[in-house]
Design a binder for this molecule. Structure first.
Ligand SMILES: Nc1ncnc2c1ncn2[C@@H]1O[C@H](COP(=O)(O)OP(=O)(O)O)[C@@H](O)[C@H]1O
Ligand SMILES: [Mg+2]
Length: 372
């Protein structure tokens, strides 16, 4: 029998807030989303009361998971400043933007050696496709690699890796990631239905992300690739701040507009002292699938030129090609399924440069000149 919202609320009657009132009557719950056995809601509390509520969040999650028929439960704790409070900003993510400086909050994930972000200034530039193939390229270099889909606005790993199963829970609370093509994979899309329209406010984003980092059995990894949400707003900035990143890879198309966005992306990581490992130029040139002829429809070389100008490494160019789109969208990423082809080679070259940059990133962050 399908789990209902009423069932979830009835269960939350039994979970007590720090003041002793039932959680369901606390007035702090968001709408409860129940979809196909997957439950999601958030608890919004005062920024000062977060500590006391963390245990309540955990109890709520455990209680909901115990309801027969519930496949997964994600309860996010949302810290909110009261409007008008000193220093409050009009932004919806005011609570997160005053996060402590990097280093204080960005606690590492035990067992994970390096976490790198794959980011873009805007969506649709091939960020997720690049993230997946880069991760596969890194795995091909012998690195134990994981990939985390942090793009909560448009999770794409379920599709790009053709993953339909749900992560199992271990010991009631921790989630077991999915394995695919040798990668350890976790996506918010495994927990929340892709079709469910969700309104994510900044703090909810952070909370969900923190859970995916800390409550998933990642095991021992040399590198974790994080597919970031597109854009350079508050939510992205906070993520860059809260995730202990070793570096960031910026994906850009050669068009000028995308480059403006790429510059913003570089500036964002720089603000939180995350070294930019370099820029990947995606859809760099068009290779005719029939004759093999190459056309630079977007004006090839823009990203490379810009990378040089900004003083960040250029990590490589990936052509715009039908096979990349087909393999990507059908869950058969080209590096895994056509490892000897030219596209896999392009991604492997990017991966090798990322690995080399990672080695040097720890020692000296590249100096970047920003005009964005
Ligand atoms: N180099 C490429 N050649 C052809 N199609 C690509 C390439 N890179 C990405 N795509 C396609 O473009 C679309 C958007 O890519 P995606 O990786 O989802 O972008 P983003 O994560 O930036 O939104 C997808 O359909 C994907 O298959
Ligand atoms: Mg994407």
């Amino acid at each position: 029998m399908a789990v209902t919202k009423e069932q979830v609320l009835a269960t939350l009657d039994g979970v007590k807030s720090p003041e002793g009132t039932p959680l369901s009557k606390s007035g702090k719950l968001s709408d409860v989303v129940v979809n196909d056995g997957k439950v999601f809601f958030s608890i919004t509390v005062d920024a000062g009361a977060v500590k006391a509520w963390e245990l309540v969040r955990k109890h709520a999650e455990d209680a909901v998971r115990a309801i027969p028929g519930v496949q997964s439960a994600l309860v996010a704790l949302t810290a909110e400043r009261k409007p008008g409070a000193a220093g409050a900003r009009p932004s919806p993510s005011s609570a997160t933007t005053r996060a402590a400086p990097r280093g204080e909050t960005a606690v590492g994930v035990p067992g994970v050696e390096a976490i790198i972000a794959v980011a873009s200034g805007k969506g649709g530039v091939g960020k997720s496709t690049t993230a997946v193939n880069l991760a596969l390229g890194l795995a091909g270099l012998g690195l134990k690699t994981g990939i985390l889909d942090a793009d909560i606005y448009g999770p794409s790993l379920p599709k790009l890796l053709a993953i339909k199963e749900r992560p199992q829970t271990l010991g009631g609370t921790r989630l077991k990631p999915i394995s695919r093509y040798g990668l350890t994979v976790m996506s918010i899309g495994f927990l929340v239905d892709e079709e469910t329209p969700m309104i994510w406010r900044g703090p909810m984003v952070i909370s969900a992300l923190t859970q995916m980092l800390r409550e998933v059995e990642w095991g021992t990894l040399d590198v974790m690739v994080v597919d970031m949400p597109p854009g350079t707003g508050d939510a992205q900035l906070t993520m860059a701040q809260q995730v202990p990143l070793k570096g960031a890879v910026i994906v850009s198309t050669p068009q000028d507009l995308a480059l403006v966005d790429a510059r913003r992306g570089i500036a964002m990581f720089r603000r939180v002292n995350v070294p930019v490992l370099g820029v990947v130029e995606n859809m760099s040139y068009f290779q005719c699938p029939h004759c093999g002829a190459r056309s630079d429809i977007f004006g090839h070389g823009g990203a490379q030129h810009e990378a040089e100008r900004l003083g960040v490494p250029f990590l490589g160019a990936v052509p715009l090609h039908m096979r990349i789109r087909e393999t990507s969208d059908s869950g058969l990423p080209v590096v895994a399924t056509e490892p000897d082809g030219p596209h896999a080679k392009a991604y492997r070259e990017v991966a090798a440069r990322v690995r080399d940059q990672l080695k040097s990133a720890g020692r000296s962050a590249p100096k970047i000149v920003i005009e964005a």
